[in-house]
Design a protein around this ligand. Sequence first.
Ligand code: NAP
Length: 285
Amino acid sequence: MTGRILDGKLVAAEVKKQVAEQAEQLGRHGTRPFLATVQVGDDPASTSYLKAKHRAAEEIGIESEHHHLSASTAQDKLEAILGQLNTNPKVHGILVQLPLPQGFDEDSIIERIIPYKDVDGLHPINAGRLAAGKEILVPCTPKGIVKLLTHYGVPVAGRHAVIINRTTLVGRPLANLFLNRDATVTVCHSKTANLAETTRTADILVSAVGREEFQISPEHIKPGATVADVGLTRVGGKLRGDVDFDKVSRLAGFITPVPGGVGPMTVACLLENTVQAALIQTRGG
Ligand code: NAP
């Protein structure tokens, strides 16, 4: 048995097509969705993610601008820029590329973004709404994973979803999305005892670790399970995911490749969130 590929490139293209139509409709009513990104420092991975985000925005008719600040920028300067973007009526979505260089208080920066422009969905108000079952602006990677599963008809309700990650970016919002869709959810992390014992009970396994020494192998998998690989690690100059794809794909029912799985869905969902933010703002909240 070989697992069916969850093709993130293909589904992301469909999502982008729908988002482009929504953007066009907004344009006909005088609103051009607008995304502002902010990068502090020169982390090469961040630079390349941001390039991909701007390219994708341009492709589908979302206007965007980029603010690049040096790593020595003071926290209050960054906060001042966010204040300007918050009050600029042209800007519908604000994304601060994470991680910020050492010395920044990331939580306080995220809280500076006005919640209805928070297209990363990380503001505590948006996170709280999601935890309460209200999905308004939802973090892009978890949202993308759920869309991918939905597209391929992977059942979630009543299934056991195991997530290896407990961050506010991936694991926590994804746990809430799964709960909102009636899954039974287990969240694992670096202190989880007997990881493989838990993951082997998963109907849906999402791994988002991204450490060179960490790998999901067949011993972690229940035959027929759906496996989504979020983690990214550079090993010997090559990018790889958490999952030993060649071996695990023989056991899994569905599996995401790396690249071409969760990554393109993340970008597509950022665009969707930007158009959604523009809609919220043009409707007046
Ligand atoms: P992070 O802050 O480093 O979090 C990693 C998570 O993995 C933590 O919850 C950590 O547990 C857990 N972990 C670490 N070692 C473990 C182990 N041996 N066993 C079980 N759990 C372990 O990273 P992040 O920002 O959440 O991102 C996670 C990964 O996803 C990264 O590789 C990132 O590049 C990738 N990512 C990809 C996309 C995409 O679009 N493809 C988007 C976002 C993130 P503790 O909480 O106990 O430390």
